[in-house]
Design a protein around this ligand. Structure first.
Ligand code: AN7
Length: 400
């Protein structure tokens, strides 16, 4: 089989995978790993989870660093689809990955690559989930991990995960965008500390298995909705879908809808205003801390994915995010973190504006587990009472 190679989708630069690089030396965009299209045709898979797709993953190791990631459930909506006004809604629950988010799909491949390269340690900048995932996989690989996070802006559960796994936690006085800029610069100065943000092409490879699972299990929906922060996951999703078409497993590519939080939506803004470039947001704000990102590294690839697919970028308010986080739990039994609810909130908006049709079949990706970030839920009104330990008191509150 012809070996995969790095390619810059922005300017066409190509390089062998033997090199340890992340960015195009010509134009600076994150590099993508590409396969020969003829080689992909007719490939088949066996096994479960991310490593089911090992023939389209660019690592040769027989012993990947794994926690059995992938193979997450695709739940059919029993209620929200009606309220939203579409024919079918399926919810891909990435919060049921080993560390509670989709990041594990990329980390199993990325940390395996780190070992193949002989790295001594791994590093990421993170709004929380990447840190939680990286520190777990690094622990399993016996590698030192450094996670650089915006001080005060990461959810408690995620911080606890990184602490438990023994990562060195570096809190930056500044936002995620500064943290990412620093680790990117560090990566140009040393090869001993391997960079595992989603600008790492090997992480994108692992994350593309999301597309493989959706298509193998469901076939081709009309739309896929996905939350967007740094824009790695939508990049990976689109890459996977296009590969599936080359393999012959997918005839018609779905349209993609990328959903950002209003206060952190530079890609949406550029899309809506038909601009060629994004204008980074200096001080992004949203309750969905996972996607509180003002200068997404993979914005070009996200924009291209959305446009090529005939889809859209959308933005949703914090209020909409919290409303649909609650509804996902109260109507479907699926507890997600705020960033994840952005995809469903975006879908509701798209239906209202007739961007999706009532006959459409939609898959919405929810990306992270609600247990990581329960804080916002503690502030809403719910049916809660406190009683004495007395059976009559209990009987009084049961009112059906
Ligand atoms: C739950 O952990 O960027 O568009 O540093 O945790 O690929 O960035 C997290 C992102 C969506 C956005 N949902 O994905 C990090 C980080 C959840 C997330 C996203 C994130 P990308």
């Amino acid at each position: 089989m012809k070996l995969p190679k790095y390619k810059c989708e922005n300017c066409g630069y190509e390089e062998s995978l033997d090199k340890n690089i992340y960015f195009c030396p010509r134009c600076g965009d994150p590099l993508t790993i590409v396969y020969d299209e003829d080689e992909l045709h007719g490939i088949s898979f066996k096994g479960k989870g991310v490593w089911r797709y090992k023939d389209v993953l660019p690592v040769s190791s027989e012993k990947p660093v794994t926690l059995n990631e992938g193979g997450t459930p695709l739940h059919q909506s029993v209620s929200l689809y009606k309220e939203i006004g579409i024919k079918e809604l399926w919810i891909k629950n990435e919060g049921l990955n080993p560390t509670g988010s989709f990041k594990d799909r990329g980390m199993t491949v990325g940390v395996t690559r780190a070992l193949e390269l002989g790295a001594r340690s791994v590093i990421c900048a993170s709004t929380g989930n990447t840190a939680a995932s990286l520190s777990a996989y690094a622990a399993r690989a016996g590698l030192r991990s450094y996670v650089v996070v915006p001080e005060g802006s990461i959810a408690l559960g995620k911080l606890a995960q990184a602490r438990a796994a023994g990562a060195k936690i570096v809190k930056v006085r500044g936002n995620f965008d500064y943290a990412l800029k620093m680790v990117r610069t560090l990566a140009t100065m040393t090869t001993e500390t391997y960079l595992l943000n989603s600008v790492n092409p090997f992480r994108i490879e692992g994350q593309k298995t999301l597309a493989y699972e959706i298509i193998e299990e469901y076939g081709s929906p009309d739309w896929i909705f996905i939350p967007v922060g740094n824009a790695g996951n939508i990049t990976a999703l689109w890459k996977g879908l296009k590969e599936l078409k080359s393999i012959g497993l997918l005839e018609k590519l779905p349209k993609l809808a990328g959903v950002q939080a209003e206060g952190a939506s530079p890609i949406y803004r550029a899309f809506a205003e038909q601009k060629e470039e994004i204008i980074p947001i200096q001080n992004p704000q949203t309750v969905a801390t996972a996607i509180k990102i003002g200068n997404p590294a993979s914005w070009r690839r996200a924009m291209r994915a959305v446009k090529e697919s005939g889809g859209v970028m959308l933005s949703v308010s914090d209020q909409e995010i919290l409303e649909y986080q609650k509804k996902l739990s109260s109507k479907e039994g699926i507890f997600v973190e705020p960033a994840s609810a952005a995809s469903i909130a975006g879908l509701a908006k798209a239906s209202l504006h007739n961007i999706v049709d009532k006959n459409d079949r939609v898959v919405a990706v929810v990306t992270g587990n609600g247990l990581k970030d329960p804080e916002s839920l503690m502030k809403i009104d719910t049916e809660e009472v406190t009683i004495d330990a007395d059976i009559n008191e209990l009987k009084k509150v049961i009112n059906n």
